[in-house]
Design a protein around this ligand. Structure first.
Ligand SMILES: [Zn+2]
Length: 160
């Protein structure tokens, strides 16, 4: 079987690692990955890494990247197709079944695997939007002042 592997990961996949590093510059990157190694291609010829639509993020809770937490949190991100971590898999297609047991040869103990839906390949919006820490890459990210609109507290006169 011939396996085609793209030369570059998709912008959405690259953004995961870049944004994580911008937020947590000291994070461990030992298990980070975008494109597959030759051994990886052999082992999993159908991997989403071959299409650039997957990213591995190293589990490093001491430095802000807690993959246990991210596994749950990233289910809310519409770009996510499926997630694998510590013997668990969750996929959008089978989300009604919740977390399922992952039986692949690599249990993914040291990283979180994120597969991205192809429709969002170029979507580089913030993957970690709920984290309130400012990215430290100078000039790259402007701190957003959150100005909450004040709600008018005047109930309509018709309301009982
Ligand atoms: Zn992976």
């Amino acid at each position: 079987m011939k396996v085609t592997v793209v030369k570059r990961a998709t912008p959405a996949a690259i953004a995961v690692l870049r944004q994580a590093t911008a937020l947590f510059p000291k994070r461990n990157k030992a298990s980070d990955g975008l494109l597959p190694s030759a051994a990886h291609i052999k082992a999993s010829p159908n991997s989403d890494h071959n299409t650039g639509l997957a990213v591995d993020l190293t589990h490093d809770p001491k430095h802000g990247i807690d993959c246990e937490f991210l596994f749950e949190k990233l289910k809310e991100d519409k770009r996510v197709d499926y997630l694998i971590h510590r013997g668990k898999i969750w996929s959008r297609q089978r989300s009604q079944e919740g977390n399922r047991k992952y039986t692949g040869s690599n249990p993914h103990n040291k990283h979180l695997h994120i597969s991205i839906r192809s429709a969002y390949a170029n979507d580089t919006s913030n993957w970690f939007g709920w984290i309130e820490k400012k990215p430290t890459i100078a000039g790259k990210a402007k701190a957003k002042l959150s100005r909450k609109p004040k709600k008018k507290n005047s109930p309509s006169p018709k309301e009982a």
